[in-house]
Design a protein around this ligand. Sequence first.
Ligand code: FES
Length: 151
Amino acid sequence: MTAQNSPAEADPNAPAEPTRRRVMKTAGVAGTVAVIGGSVAATSACSSEDEAEPTKDSSLPTSDVPVGSGTVIEDTYVITQPKEGQFFAFSSVCTHQGCQVTRITEEAIICPCHSSNFSVTTGEVMSGPAEEPLPKYEVTESGGTLTVKGK
Ligand code: FES
């Protein structure tokens, strides 16, 4: 007799097969991107499912966006601050094959999948393989909070 799960690990309420919701939820957690202070917490795989332009507004404290770098929020936007008080917002979805951009330097937003580089001020491609710029979004600062306006 072979046991596939120990009794301590088995969940009597768990379905025998993973549900689509469970798989998607797990994938969502695995795909979470957080870039704080220029360091990468996690990356996601390439995806072409979320290519539609975001319509929701997003906010974060201004202090979450380091000078000379940037921050990715909600797997949706990348906000850069190349110089103090100068903010730009773009889609965080690479226009090459849909990976999340993860690294922001003083000059470039960098995609980890195939190393496309985008300008931190315009979103234009600095080096491919991407050929299209990152879509740009309006970002405003008020009272220590940045708000990115979805389209
Ligand atoms: S998906 Fe970004 S460079 Fe290929």
